[in-house]
Design a protein around this ligand. Structure first.
Ligand code: FAD
Length: 419
């Protein structure tokens, strides 16, 4: 029997998922066109894949659907200076998400998420290393590990995280305050202990890496069209149509890789997927990246700092507030306050940025065909780990498009779980 060969693919979104999927498809000699409202090489390209903290975090298997943090949520929400915030006008729209989140906030679901995040996270760095061999990575990647620090306030949660990672065989080195200060002597010791992922790497410029991957995709023959996509349809067994306001484009298959904006498209396909966003922020302290050698995350504060080409990037917090609300000044102030708590020598900041993490209530991404349209494939919902998971998502989704066999169990990532 002749091997199936897909004739053409359209991808909606040129964030890290879209670009990595495009690269893997073009390597299989499948013609690909990526659509985005902004061009990845332009200066106004500012999605989550641009402004994230740049951690490659294959160890981060536990997410927020955990019973141990549920009790703290109301306290966090009502505190104006906490790691979690809410835009109250978004609450009614978020009800389906909250209901689903509560269903998934138990020990069994937590361990299910950890197991299936681990399945793809454990392959994530190797998938990137393959790409790094083909692009210029100078001054873009640093391999000095990543440190998380904490106070003694939530030790039960820390113990749970350590145990789950141990059970999954994830390497981690627990550090005392003194050992952390030996690695990062400029930090003010406002924490008690921490964990070091010695083998972890970080991006010194996430957008720089994305640009290099995008250029590789184009050099191999991939096409890009700058368009705001308004709708899509599967019109027959072998044809999908992507519509913008002024044009329509036909492909055998279409991939939705539009991050937190994907729901606008999936809502048109007869599926109710409870995708929402966890908004996050960053600021830069220019020329201050020398103060730390590697990313430092303060777990109690839900914030971290990464030394980057742009300066020291202070980044994080979770704000539940949807895609339309304007940025919150108080969230920016919170990040600055947290950064100065750890590094009091910091002064003026620049580049206030708001980004949208695409998050499903069980904290697993959706990777796989649409339920009603098998030629429309979903690749979104990577929440806090979409940067880490870009390259492996590219491999998984291109395999699905090309109808190749896989040893991975992909059923937990299907949108079926919400229908
Ligand atoms: C503050 C913050 C810190 C983070 N830190 C980390 C980290 O350290 N490590 C990690 O692994 N992850 C991190 N993340 C998460 C990670 O950045 C995201 O999960 C990831 O970037 C999502 O990639 P994506 O390609 O799915 O979406 P995006 O990067 O959002 O890209 C989606 C693209 O689709 C385009 N698009 C959407 N709709 C349309 C349309 N209708 N027509 C045309 N184009 C469209 C958008 O313009 C955009 O370019 C962080 C996120 C935030 C916000």
């Amino acid at each position: 029997m002749e091997k199936y060969k897909c004739k053409s693919v359209g991808i909606i979104g040129s964030g890290i998922q879209g670009v990595c999927i495009g690269l893997q498809l073009i390597k299989r000699n499948i013609p690909v066109t990526i659509f985005d409202r902004h061009e990845p090489l332009s200066t106004n390209f500012r999605p989550a894949s641009y402004g994230n903290a740049g951690h490659f975090s294959p160890y981060a298997v536990l997410q927020f659907n955990r019973p141990d943090i549920l009790n703290d949520v109301p306290k966090m929400l009502f505190s104006s200076y906490g790691p979690l915030a809410l835009k109250w006008n978004h609450v009614p729209k978020m009800i389906p998400w909250f209901i689903n989140y509560l269903k998934n906030c138990n020990k069994k679901s937590m361990l299910h998420t950890a197991k299936y995040m681990h399945q793809i996270l454990s392959l994530s760095n190797d998938a990137y290393e393959e790409i790094f061999k083909e692009i210029n990575t100078s001054n873009l990647i640093e391999k000095k590990g990543i440190i998380y620090v904490w106070t003694n306030q939530n030790l039960k949660s820390r113990e749970l995280e350590i145990k789950v990672r141990n059970d999954l065989g994830i390497e981690q080195k627990l550090l005392s305050q003194k050992e952390i200060l030996e690695l990062e002597p400029n930090l003010k010791p406002v924490f008690d202990a921490g964990v070091f992922y010695e083998g972890a790497m970080h991006a010194r410029n996430p957008q720089g890496i994305l640009r290099e991957i995008f250029k590789l995709f184009q050099n191999k023959g991939g096409k890009f069209v700058q368009e705001n996509i308004t709708s899509l349809k599967q019109i027959s067994e072998n044809e999908t149509i992507i519509y913008s306001q002024r044009e329509k484009y036909s492909f055998e298959k279409t991939v939705i890789a539009s991050g937190a904006f994907s729901k606008k498209l999936t809502d048109q396909l007869g599926e109710t997927i409870p995708l929402d966003t966890e908004r996050g922020y960053h600021v830069h302290f220019k020329n201050m990246d020398h103060l730390i050698s590697r990313p430092v995350i303060f777990l109690d504060r839900g914030f971290g700092m990464t030394p980057m080409v742009q300066g020291l990037r202070a980044v994080g917090t979770v704000e539940l507030g949807g895609l339309i609300n304007p940025p919150s000044k108080r969230r920016i102030e919170y990040i600055i306050k947290c950064a100065k708590e750890l590094l009091p020598q910091l002064q003026k900041h620049d580049d206030e940025w708001l980004g949208f993490r695409p998050t499903l209530p069980d904290f697993l991404p959706i990777l796989g065909p649409s339920l009603n349209n098998k030629n429309i494939i979903y690749a979104f919902g990577h929440h806090h780990l979409g940067w880490t998971l870009g390259a492996i998502t590219g491999k998984i989704i291109s395999g699905i498009v090309a109808e190749e066999k896989t040893n991975l169990d992909l059923s937990p990532y299907s949108s079926k779980r919400f229908n």
